[in-house]
Write a protein that binds this ligand. Structure first.
Ligand SMILES: Cc1ncc(COP(=O)(O)O)c(C=O)c1O
Length: 394
């Protein structure tokens, strides 16, 4: 364990991955808006090309000082050696998988991965000759899906909308047996609530749009892991070109400074709301990993330092009652996304799963009365009173 690992989450959010004094003495990383970086002369250029000096940034698609500063911070916070910052969570996922797979390879996804990850697997990877299996997030199902050609196992934790978790150590052991790499999209967990690399997971991905940016004002993604794997991903990234811009990298770093404060409050508020909801007569069921009633509570106790800010619940009365609740609350806004300072609320059957029929939703386990709430940083008592009042009115 390094010094940094022993520090508390807020200290780490503020200081991890940052030099004590920057070369230009600015306390915040400067935003370098530059698409290209000139050389002194041909002799200097050639000495970089020949590897006599460490190669500097040369063109914005291959690197930028503000983006590099944000990558260093994210790598340190997640406990990885390196990070690649991308233009969105989806570009982190697609760039990583394109870098790791080729025609004839096999990849296993768990069934409740983000719907566009699933879409990418089925509509893009398969089109390029990659074999895809999508299985329930249990070790038995994953074991049954492994083949000699399996190169990657991709899962999410906690998952959306039910906050499911996989046995990380079991997953790592299984993948090692088959010489496959493991990737976890840990967007819902944040680097503060879960540290998958500590259990041997190869790569961690976040949509930085969510908790890391934290203010519902940017789109971004990151992949973190060991140096050599990240180099291959960086190479692919420079070709695919879905790079992060310096202003967004700056905003992401600024967001991360308060990650510890935000996540600690979101953990507490979400648990308080989940406990209240469990007792409310208008609610049929609640899913929050830190509730004892959650199917993966034991795994949550093992791997999570907090349950995060997302909770899901089913209101009695189905879709129509759910719409009345969403329209009745005064604080959470009706919007997609999660992890920001503003609380957001939505009905998964009317947003993420709208294009499916009720029967198809039922087959995926998406209940008609399901509500997903992303808890912001508003005062817990205000959110509780607001939710309770809306539920009482149903
Ligand atoms: C778990 C998870 N992964 C990835 C993504 C995609 O991230 P982005 O919207 O930043 O592309 C999302 C978006 O909602 C998500 O919830």
């Amino acid at each position: 364990m390094s010094d940094s690992d022993e520090r508390g989450p807020s200290t780490r959010s503020v200081h991890d991955g940052e030099p004590r004094v920057r070369a230009d003495r600015s306390i915040a990383a400067p935003v370098v808006h530059s698409s290209t970086f000139p050389f002194e002369n041909t002799a200097e250029l050639m000495s970089f090309m020949r590897g006599e000096q460490e190669r500097p940034q040369e063109y914005g698609r291959y690197g930028n000082p503000t983006v590099a500063a944000c990558e260093a911070k994210l790598a340190a916070l997640e406990g990885g050696q390196a990070a690649v910052l991308t233009s969105s969570g989806m570009s982190a996922i697609t760039t990583t998988l394109f870098a790791m797979l080729k025609a004839g390879a096999h990849v296993v996804f768990t069934s409740d991965v983000y719907r566009k990850t699933r879409h990418f697997a089925l509509s893009v990877l398969q089109r390029y000759g990659v074999d895809v299996d999508i299985v329930p997030p249990s070790l038995d199902a994953l074991r049954a899906a492994m083949r000699p050609s399996t190169k990657v196992v991709f899962t999410e934790a906690p998952t959306n909308p039910y906050g499911r978790l996989v046995d990380l150590e079991g997953l790592v052991a299984l993948a090692k047996e088959h010489r496959a790499k493991t990737i976890i999209d840990a967007t819902f967990a944040t680097p503060l609530n879960m540290r998958p690399l500590e259990y041997g997971i190869d790569l961690v991905i976040h949509s930085t749009t969510k908790y890391l940016g934290g203010h519902n004002d940017l789109l971004g993604g990151v992949v973190v892991g060991k140096g050599p794997m990240l180099e291959a991903i960086r190479e692919q990234h420079g070709t695919l070109g879905a790079v992060a811009d310096p202003q967004t990298a700056f905003l992401t770093m600024r967001g991360i400074k308060t990650l510890g404060l935000r996540v600690s409050q979101q953990n507490k508020t979400a648990l308080r709301l989940a406990s209240m909801l469990e007792e409310h007569p208008a609610v049929a069921q609640v899913w929050y990993p830190m509730l004892e009633s959650h199917p993966d509570h034991a795994l949550a106790r093992r791997y999570l330092r907090g349950g995060g800010g997302v909770l899901s619940f089913e209101v009695c009365g189905g879709l129509e009652a759910g719409s009345r609740l969403v329209d009745a609350v005064r604080i959470p806004k009706l919007a997609a996304s999660l992890g920001g300072v503003e609380s957001l609320i939505e009905q998964p059957p009317l947003m993420s799963f709208f294009e499916l029929s009720p029967e198809q939703r039922a087959a995926l386990g998406i209940k008609e009365g399901l509500i997903r709430m992303s808890v912001g940083i508003e005062d817990a008592q205000d959110l509780e009173a607001d939710l309770r009042c809306a539920l009482d009115g149903l």
